[in-house]
Design a protein around this ligand. Structure first.
Ligand code: SG4
Ligand code: ZN
Length: 245
């Protein structure tokens, strides 16, 4: 449904999509400010292998993996628990698919790990309406010439068409995060798609994760068919970004 509404019409149906804290943004690193009060992000339970099933599915819009609440983040003002992760990539299938930009550069793809404030709210649905309700980790993805790639990302190849899903017995979300996690950009923004709720505390890591080109071609061509054009990112607000050590 959402994918049929072009992004320049979103604000007509979803008023929040026309407001001033819309994500994604272009992060101009020169104009970021160091904020010494920011803590390193510490994921807890992300590498758990408790024998649960993780459901990775293609909802016709993007590829989403549900995550258990015991995965949580430390280092944010409140405790946030994981809900799901999903991937954004480009409609032309090759180079430009990230939502956030660093110094005007669009990356190949971007992974989002969505969390809700589980200290204050009972679930994601309630939290997403609250100012301090959500926290999303943004991981920028690049092509690696060496051909190295994360094992976990290869799994996205299995969900080719809308409605496809795989259940995984164990999944190491840690593998999808950059090695250097203490350098990131932080700002208050929104969900990048309707309803565009301005309730997201964003953390975009400075270090990107590498993916092989071979993987990319398979993934991109399968999603090209499914998404028929992919998602169009909105141009959002600039500034209010902080850079810790
Ligand atoms: C993508 O469309 C995901 O498929 C959505 O997840 C997600 O919605 C939406 O992006 C916005 O999230 O981190 N990019 S974002 O700001 O997480 C939500 C599902 O539809 C609410 C499950
Ligand atoms: Zn997203």
């Amino acid at each position: 449904m959402i994918s049929l509404v072009p992004f320049y019409h979103w604000a007509e149906m979803y008023p929040d999509c026309g407001r001033n804290a819309q994500s994604p943004i272009n992060i101009e690193t020169q104009s970021t400010k160091y904020d010494p009060s920011l803590q390193p992000i510490k994921p807890l339970g992300y590498d758990s292998k408790l024998g649960e099933y993780f459901n990775l599915s293609n909802n016709g819009h993007t590829v989403v993996m549900s995550l258990p609440n015991y995965m949580s983040l430390e280092g944010l003002p409140k405790k946030y628990s994981a809900v799901q992760l999903h991937l954004h990539w480009g409609s032309r299938g090759t180079e430009e698919g990230s939502e956030h930009q660093l110094n005007g550069k669009t990356y190949l793809a971007e992974l989002h790990v969505v969390h809700f404030n589980s200290e204050s709210y009972p679930n994601f649905t309630v939290a997403k309406e609250k100012a301090d309700g959500l926290a999303v980790l943004g991981i920028l993805i690049e092509v690696s010439i060496a051909g190295g790639h994360s094992k976990s990302l290869v799994l996205f190849n299995f969900v080719f068409s809308a409605g496809d899903y795989v259940s995984l017995h164990s999944f190491d979300v840690h593998e999808l995060l950059p090695k250097q996690m203490d350098k990131y950009f932080r700002y208050n923004g929104s969900l990048t798609t309707p309803p565009c709720s301005q309730t997201v505390l964003w953390t975009v890591f400075a270090q990107s994760v590498q993916l092989s080109r071979q993987w990319l071609m398979v993934a991109a061509s399968s999603l090209l068919v499914t998404l028929q054009g992919g998602q169009q990112p909105l141009v959002g607000r600039q500034g209010m970004v902080a850079l810790p050590v």
